[in-house]
Design a protein around this ligand. Structure first.
Ligand SMILES: Nc1ncnc2c1ncn2[C@@H]1O[C@H](COP(=O)(O)OP(=O)(O)O)[C@@H](O)[C@H]1O
Ligand SMILES: [Mg+2]
Length: 472
């Protein structure tokens, strides 16, 4: 035996040659699959040695996932090198299954990226990767492969979007995933938007859609003196002074209930508030989408300052069937309202035509709704203001005083509809006139028609006059 010193460096080099030789031997067994080569060549790994980290998000996070991955690849400095997978069954297999089959020469080949169009605003959308991979590096420079999958709404088999990170070590993959998550939050497409949760009829897919933000002026909202002020103080006012209230030990989370007959302007007031809080994220939820209340309040917490609008909450008060927790939906809502911390700049804005039906539930769980405001039927002054507001585009030759008197007990939306019908009557009678001119006969005849017994259903749809609905 010689006294030969053990040379670690030489040994390592030798080992690498051995591994290389073995790999070559394996790969000469069949043609190298370009897909497998692209992924594992980049990683510098044997397929068996790869670590896989996967995270899923709800379907509506697809745009954010795309934004996060784009920003991540962008900040790594490399030009994004997206590639896809060809093969008919590709949407049914997970990434490791796809790559394993490709490696064994089955079904899948290197292909082009699949895209889906996803909204990032009320009238803006992007192409987001539905199935694709991109070679990148982890924050520490080690190679990773990012595999992106969007929700597959068609087959209802996966409603989630998915990010799979391939790397040699778990810590590497996790670091990349965590950074992408940070970037998703930073580039969140939903921040500051008006959003509505819904459930599509098509296989019950959950949807989150963008709505344009309405911009109404205070003059567009006809309410008795002080009512709009009170509502604004409790919503906009708390938002404006949130920091000082918090510093003074006060809570800023608030719950507001607008109640009154149908057609008095509850939704109208909510729309006005959306414009008064231009930076707030607004999440509108109603009907069967109420079962997504937990997702909605999680979004509200994430995207503060925010407003959760729950329209016609009486409709869910009686519904005992829908909640995933098995509780009546109303209780899920009240729990969600309670679950948000007091220092969160989150407003819950509830509307109802039937406050009476909610009273017990709300009284049993105090603190969720801290202000209830009645949106009343307009008084004579209000009706005159509404007639003026909704006739601003018309020439009115009629004497409005008798109309104000004759519409006592009617709602704002009744008066709006009265003017539309009178305008239509005027246009039909004088199609040649440029300016639409509404006279006494137009208004009186229209009012008679709307008050006619045959129009009872229409009347109740516009908000039945005082004494004819259960609310008054
Ligand atoms: N107080 C109001 N001031 C001005 N317009 C109103 C008012 N109330 C209702 N309207 C008009 O009638 C329409 C229907 O009213 P809406 O707000 O939907 O009633 P609800 O109280 O049932 O939510 C509104 O879009 C708006 O054009
Ligand atoms: Mg409404």
């Amino acid at each position: 035996m010689g006294s030969q010193a053990f040379d670690a460096g030489e040994f390592a080099a030798e080992l690498q040659r051995i591994i290389k030789a073995t790999a070559d031997a394996v790969s000469t067994e069949g043609p190298v699959n370009p897909l497998v080569e692209k992924v594992f060549g980049h990683l510098g790994l044997d397929p068996a040695a790869v670590t896989v980290v996967t995270q899923e998000w709800p379907s509506w996070e697809h745009a954010n996932l795309q934004r996060g991955v784009d920003a991540y690849v962008g900040e790594r400095g490399s030009a994004p090198d997206w590639f896809g997978i060809a093969g008919a069954q590709r949407s049914g297999d997970d990434f490791i299954g796809l790559l394993a089959n490709a490696r064994h020469g089955r079904w899948y080949e290197l292909g082009t990226v699949d895209y889906a169009t996803v909204a990032i605003g009320p009238d803006k959308s992007i192409e987001a990767v539905k199935l694709g991979l991109v070679n990148a590096t982890a924050p520490d420079g080690v190679p990773v492969v990012l595999c992106v999958r969007g929700p597959d709404m068609r087959f209802g088999n996966t409603q989630a979007c998915q990010l799979t990170v391939l790397a040699a070590e778990r810590v590497t993959a996790t670091a990349a995933r965590e950074r992408i998550e940070e970037l998703m939050a930073e580039h969140d497409v939903y921040r500051g938007q008006v959003l509505a949760f819904g459930i599509s009829e098509h296989r019950g897919n959950e949807l989150l859609t963008f709505l344009p933000r309405p911009h109404l002026s205070a003059a567009d909202v006809v309410l008795p003196d002080g009512v709009l002020d009170l509502i604004e103080r409790h919503t906009v006012g708390i938002a404006e002074h949130g920091a000082r209230l918090r510093a003074a030990g006060q809570h800023v989370k608030r719950g507001l209930l607008l109640h009154g007959a149908p057609g008095t302007g509850k939704t109208h007031t909510v729309r006005y508030l959306m414009g008064r809080l231009p930076d707030a994220t607004v999440i509108v939820i109603s009907g069967p989408a109420m079962r997504l209340i937990n997702a909605a309040s999680a979004l509200a917490r994430r995207l503060q300052p925010s407003v959760v609008v729950v329209e016609d909450v009486d409709l869910i008060a009686k519904d005992r069937s829908y909640s995933p927790s098995g509780n009546p939906l109303l209780f899920s809502l009240l729990d969600a309202m309670d679950g948000i911390g007091g220092d969160a700049d989150v407003t819950f804005l509830l509307t109802t035509n039937r406050a009476g039906e909610l009273e017990t539930a709300l009284a049993d769980r105090p603190g969720r709704v801290d202000l209830a405001v009645e949106i009343p039927r307009p008084d004579a002054r209000g009706r005159a203001a509404l007639l003026a507001l909704y006739s601003s585009g018309l020439t009115v030759t009629a004497d409005l005083e008798p109309i104000v008197a004759a519409t006592a007990g009617q709602t704002a939306s009744f008066i709006k509809e009265l003017l539309r019908r009178a305008a239509l009557r005027a246009i039909t009678a004088h199609p040649e006139q440029q300016q639409v001119s509404v006279d006494d006969a137009d208004l009186t005849a229209t009012l008679g028609e709307m008050n006619d017994a045959a129009s009872a259903l229409t009347r109740s749809l516009l908000g039945a006059p005082n004494g004819q609905d259960s609310n008054s």
